[in-house]
Design a binder for this molecule. Structure first.
Ligand SMILES: C[S@@+](CC[C@H](N)C(=O)[O-])C[C@H]1O[C@@H](n2cnc3c(N)ncnc32)[C@H](O)[C@@H]1O
Length: 288
């Protein structure tokens, strides 16, 4: 009840503040179009947090897009939610770029189509079951409606952290299929690597985190997700897909037989050490 009142209070005050604040934006035009509080998703609800995360990914997207030729640049964003990475991509789209956001949540896709009008934005609903997000959709996995070798960059922010082993492997193959040779993918994970097992996990205390607004013990992945040996969830998750982490062996399994290599890993501060972002950010590249 208190949480509900707080949420209403926030939306009211934020609505008034936001209008005025947006008039004072000087150096970051793309954040003017951040949706109102009711439509901010992705585990990030506040205006300042959306802005902060947009900034991180705007920079990473810019660093990982190929140098501009005369061809259109395509950014494909999987699990686009209500468009946080659409905004992060926007400055890179203005000269001959296109952004396609795909999501299993029909109502978020409907929101995006209404909210982002520029011709370089396109949004596609993908009809697929995910117990956390789309429990009444079909269980059969289908390929995305995207041509092979067509995307310069694939992004997925906080999406593979909600996919079980089968979905994660199937759709990782899809990334490999749709990327152009030399194209890159920026995907976030909770990666259970040697740093997690040897340094991060043993030091966790039942105390507030220095980095995020939850306890250090919240992001511990000790429960096998549907009996998988490499995909894990937390003890508080109602469905495994509420929060999923994978081991290094799981990552190798996803990559095996594909044309992609992991080229950069930015550890996240969910590990209780300073990071670029909360989750781990992994950058992959498809071989030329
Ligand atoms: C935590 S939200 C992140 C949303 C957005 N990327 C952001 O950071 O604001 C996870 C998103 O992934 C979407 N999703 C879950 N499974 C998916 C799948 N198999 N394909 C595409 N989107 C999926 C959900 O509907 C949800 O919008």
């Amino acid at each position: 009840m208190i949480a509900k009142i707080r949420k209403l209070e926030y939306r009211l005050i934020n609505g008034l503040f936001e209008k005025l604040d947006k008039k004072f934006i000087r150096r970051s035009l793309n954040i003017k179009n951040i949706p109102s509080a009711k439509f901010r998703r992705g585990g990030k609800a506040s205006l300042i947090e959306w802005s902060h995360v947009i900034g991180i990914f705007q920079a990473l997207i810019g660093l990982n897009l190929p140098k501009k030729g005369s061809e259109k640049t395509l950014i494909l964003d999987i699990g686009c939610g209500t468009g946080l990475l659409a905004l992060a991509s926007e400055p890179h789209l203005i000269d001959n770029g296109q952004y396609i956001g795909i999501d299993v949540m029909e109502k978020d896709i409907a929101f995006c189509r209404k909210h982002y009008h520029k011709p370089y934005f396109k949004f596609i609903h993908h009809d697929l079951f995910n117990p956390t997000y789309s429990e009444h959709q079909r269980k059969e996995k289908t390929k995305w409606d995207i041509e092979q070798n067509s995307a310069d960059l694939v992004t997925a922010l906080s999406v593979w952290t909600h996919l079980n082993e089968e979905d994660a492997i199937f759709y990782f193959k899809e990334i490999d299929r749709v990327l152009k040779p030399g194209g890159k993918a920026i995907i976030t994970f909770f990666l259970l690597d040697s740093d997690y097992y040897q340094r991060s996990y043993p030091l966790r205390k039942d105390q507030a985190s220095r980095y995020h607004n939850t306890k250090q013990t919240k992001w511990i992945f000790g429960v096998n997700a549907y009996g998988s040996g490499n995909w894990f969830t937390t003890k508080w998750a109602k469905h495994a897909e509420d929060a999923i982490a994978i081991t290094s062996e799981g990552l190798d399994k996803m990559l095996s037989g594909l044309n992609m290599d992991l080229i950069t890993l930015y550890p996240g501060n969910w590990r209780e050490a300073s990071g670029l972002y909360f989750q781990d950010i992994l950058v992959f590249q498809k071989k030329e």
